[in-house]
Design a binder for this molecule. Structure first.
Ligand SMILES: *Cc1c(COP(=O)(O)O)cnc(C)c1O
Length: 399
């Protein structure tokens, strides 16, 4: 057995697709230490710098002092402690939905929710660039899966048309992301809603990279476009801009009651530590506050600095698509070339990970730069300069 896996690992190395873990000896932040080297961190989804913020640290500590560490059982057995319910009430209020339900992670939210909504007789239609958790949830549901090219409304329409003709009885679920994790661009939400309504489908919107970052009070893309009421299932994570850990679903009271009864990753997993719910609740309150608004403005100012520096140093490197997010891909193509560039940047003191297959399609390897509110302008300028010195490695991409 071990021979087989060793051969496969060797094959991964030969294709520059092998991955390994790197130890970080510090808290998350704009600078971290990896195996003895201090690096400016452009790899994190901690967009607002909350992961190590005193406000959240103190909330978590107070949570531990009152509720201890473990939750002891699943939510339905005896693990529903007051912090979970308070967090869910706060999430629902903030997102403007009737109810909310938290999961151990965003991944668990996806693989629990999709199979609760659709089954073997049904149809799931996904954007090609949907996150692995959504794909896995769709597969686990046993529903027929149709995939449309990224943000391609015409192909989505023809899938919906097919579903309605061939499966008139089926429930049809459209699944997409508000801001795409590896591209940084946004979904055409209003048009998607028009289509899902026309064909009587449900819509699940994953706001993992928009929540906390976009919209009034950081409530996400649906809120920014005033479309909250039109979305059946709003998914997101507490692990990125909110700086903590866990996933959530927001929606109607009926939806949440159904998930409590049917989402297996909720039912058959121990409740998240109550102290994390206390910390996530503090994060939600922060996002809705004046201080939260200022932090978001700081993030957008940093994003503008990166875009401006890249325009000065390497105009062809960044596409213009992703200017509405904190995620900036530098598409390289070749896996080894992306790794080489990432290594050169690390040598100069920057952590910018090379993202490769299967996270992105083959031969679309890229560096993924994420800017956070915690970076200072100088760090961003130095990164842009370093990238421009290695620009020969970069393939210009179409805007
Ligand atoms: C990170 C991510 C998830 C999973 O969330 P976790 O809390 O990290 O498990 C789901 N969807 C998208 C689009 C993501 O980027």
């Amino acid at each position: 057995m071990s021979d087989f896996f060793q051969e496969q690992l060797q094959a991964l190395r030969a294709q520059s697709l092998h991955r390994k873990l790197r130890e970080v000896g510090t808290a998350q932040g704009p600078e971290i230490e990896i195996v003895g080297q201090q690096l400016v961190n452009f790899s994190s989804n901690d967009y607002l710098g909350l992961a190590n913020d005193p406000l959240l640290r103190e909330a978590a500590i107070a949570g531990v002092a009152e509720f201890g560490v473990g939750a002891g059982a699943s939510r339905l057995i005896s693990g529903t402690q007051s912090p979970h319910l308070r967090l869910e009430a706060a999430l629902a209020k903030w997102k403007g939905t009737q109810a909310a339900l938290c999961f151990g992670s965003g991944y668990a939210a996806a693989v629990g929710t999709l199979p609760a909504l659709v089954g073997k007789q049904d149809v799931v239609v996904l954007d090609k660039l949907c996150h692995a958790s959504l794909i896995d949830g769709a597969r686990l549901s046993g529903a027929t899966i149709r995939v449309f090219p990224h943000n391609h409304l015409g192909k989505l329409e023809s899938h919906l048309d097919w579903a309605r003709r061939e499966r008139p009885e089926a429930r049809v679920l459209v699944v997409t992301e508000a801001v795409f994790s590896m591209n940084g661009d946004r979904a055409p939400l209003r048009a998607l809603i028009g289509l899902k309504k026309r064909f009587g489908a449900m819509l699940l919107l994953d706001e993992a990279h928009s929540i906390g970052v976009i919209g009034a009070n950081g409530r996400g893309l649906a809120a920014e476009e005033n479309l909250t009421r039109e979305i059946d299932v709003q998914m997101g994570t507490l692990s990125k801009a909110l700086g903590v850990s866990g996933g959530y679903i927001c929606g109607s009271r009926t939806l949440i009651e159904w998930l409590v009864n049917r989402a297996r990753s909720f039912i058959f997993s121990t409740a998240p530590p109550p102290a994390l719910a206390v910390a996530a609740h503090a994060a939600v309150e922060f996002l809705a506050s004046e201080a939260g608004e200022q932090r978001r403005q700081k993030l957008w100012a940093r994003v503008a600095v990166l875009r401006q520096c890249m325009a000065e140093h390497c105009a062809a490197c960044l596409s213009t698509r992703e200017k509405g997010s904190a995620i900036h891909p530098l598409v390289i193509g070749d896996e080894q070339a992306a790794l080489n560039l990432s290594r050169m940047l690390q040598h100069e003191g920057f952590l910018v990970p090379a993202i490769r297959y299967p996270t992105v399609p083959r031969d679309e390897a890229r560096l993924r730069i994420t800017v956070t509110a915690a970076h200072d302008e100088k760090q961003i300028r130095r990164l842009a300069e370093a990238i421009s010195r290695h620009r020969a490695e970069l393939t210009p991409i179409a805007a």
